[in-house]
Design a protein around this ligand. Structure first.
Ligand SMILES: [Zn+2]
Length: 96
């Protein structure tokens, strides 16, 4: 699919770059990987993405690029929000 814009999503850069994250299954350190998806501004999916730029609104196909975490061993890919949820659960389990 062709696209007219590229938009990089920076979710929690501090969380990603200054803390280590581990696979909940293998317990080894996760790698950062780049994930991308082309979303059309008039598609139903568009509501899940932010089409606003500094002073504009993107129309048409936009390629969104963001970072997720991946395990070398089991190849599991974990999004940042999922990773936070997993780490919260682990923390709660330790406190019990
Ligand atoms: Zn793993």
């Amino acid at each position: 699919m062709k696209y007219q814009h590229i938009q990089r999503i920076f979710t929690s850069p501090f969380y990603l770059n200054f803390r280590k994250h581990y696979c909940p299954d293998c317990n080894i350190e996760l790698n950062k990987i780049e994930v991308s998806k082309i979303v059309n501004s008039s598609s139903p999916e568009a509501k899940n993405f932010d089409f606003h730029t500094f002073e504009n609104y993107m129309i048409g196909n936009v390629k969104f690029i963001w970072t997720e975490l991946q395990c070398d061993k089991c190849r599991r890919t974990i999004s940042i929000s999922e990773m936070k949820r997993i780490e919260n659960e682990q923390k709660n389990n330790h406190e019990k």
